[in-house]
Design a protein around this ligand. Structure first.
Ligand SMILES: [Zn+2]
Length: 241
C-alpha cells in the first residue's frame, strides 16, 4: 500500500512538472509579407520577407525549446495571403497571443541611391533601431500594452535601441509614441492589429535600408539575440496573465 501511494505521488509530481514544462498557451507568429510581395527591400537588395522568416522561425524554435509546444508559424511558405486571413488563422487555432514580425524602412526623402555588386539600390543611414506597434482600440488594449512593455524591456535588456522616426510629423509617419524610451507606438490602422481577436503586436526588428544595420540584421548571432529577446518578452507577458 505504501509503495502504491508512493507510485501515485511520483506519477502525480511527474505529471505536474510536465504541465509546468509544457505551457498550454498558443502563440501565433506571423511572418510579414510574402515571397512575391516581399515588403521593403534592403540596402543590398534583399526582400524583407527573408529577414522576417528567419526571425520568425528562430522565435518559434526558441519558444518551443522553452516549453511552449503550441507555437505556430503563419504562412511559413510565404504564399499569397490576405492580411485578415493571418489573424483568422490565429483565431482558428485559439491563439493567446499574436506576434507579427517585420523589418523596417524609412520614407523616400531619407533614402539615397548607391551601387552594390553592380546594381543600384536605395539606402538611408539617418535612422536605426527597432519599433513596436500596438492598437489601443481593441478589447485587448491593456494586454497589448503589457505585451509591448514586456518585449521592449527584454529588447532594451539585450541592448537594442528603438528608433523614434515613426513619430516624425511628416507624411507616412506621424505615429503616436506611447513610450519613447521603449519605442512603443500606437498604430491601430494596421490590419493585423485591427483584426486580431487576441493580444497582438507588430515588431519591426530593425531597419534594413540602413547599410550598417542590414549587416547586423543579416548576422546569425545578432538574429539570435533579437529572436531570444522577443521570446523572453512573450514568455514574461504570458506568465503575467
Ligand atoms: Zn513589413
Amino acid at each position: 500500500m505504501k509503495n502504491f501511494l508512493l507510485a501515485i505521488t511520483l506519477a502525480f509530481s511527474c505529471y505536474a512538472s510536465t504541465l509546468m514544462a509544457n505551457n498550454n498557451a498558443v502563440i501565433a507568429i506571423d511572418i510579414g509579407h510574402t515571397l512575391k510581395n516581399h515588403g521593403s527591400t534592403s540596402a543590398r537588395g534583399v526582400g524583407e520577407f527573408h529577414f522576417n522568416k528567419t526571425i520568425a522561425t528562430q522565435l518559434q524554435a526558441k519558444l518551443k525549446e522553452q516549453g511552449y509546444p503550441n507555437t505556430l508559424l503563419i504562412n511559413p511558405e510565404g504564399k499569397k495571403i490576405r492580411l485578415k486571413e493571418r489573424t483568422q488563422f490565429a483565431h482558428k487555432h485559439k491563439a493567446d497571443v499574436f506576434i507579427s514580425i517585420h523589418h523596417d524602412s524609412m520614407q523616400l526623402q531619407f533614402l539615397k541611391r548607391w551601387r552594390y555588386q553592380g546594381k543600384e539600390y536605395l539606402h538611408g543611414e539617418r535612422f536605426k533601431g527597432y519599433s513596436l506597434f500596438i492598437s489601443q482600440q481593441t478589447q485587448h488594449k491593456k494586454e497589448n500594452l503589457q505585451l509591448a512593455n514586456a518585449i521592449a524591456d527584454s529588447m532594451l535588456e539585450s541592448r537594442f535601441v528603438p528608433t523614434l522616426h515613426h513619430a516624425m510629423p511628416i507624411k507616412g509617419e506621424n505615429r503616436k509614441l506611447l513610450d519613447k524610451t521603449k519605442g512603443i507606438y500606437a498604430f491601430p490602422e494596421l490590419a493585423v492589429l485591427r483584426t486580431a481577436r487576441m493580444p497582438a503586436i507588430l515588431v519591426e526588428c530593425g531597419i534594413i535600408v540602413n547599410k550598417d544595420e542590414e549587416v547586423l540584421l543579416s548576422n546569425k548571432e545578432y538574429q539570435k539575440r533579437i529572436s531570444d529577446a522577443i521570446a523572453i518578452g512573450i514568455m514574461k507577458f504570458l506568465e503575467e496573465q
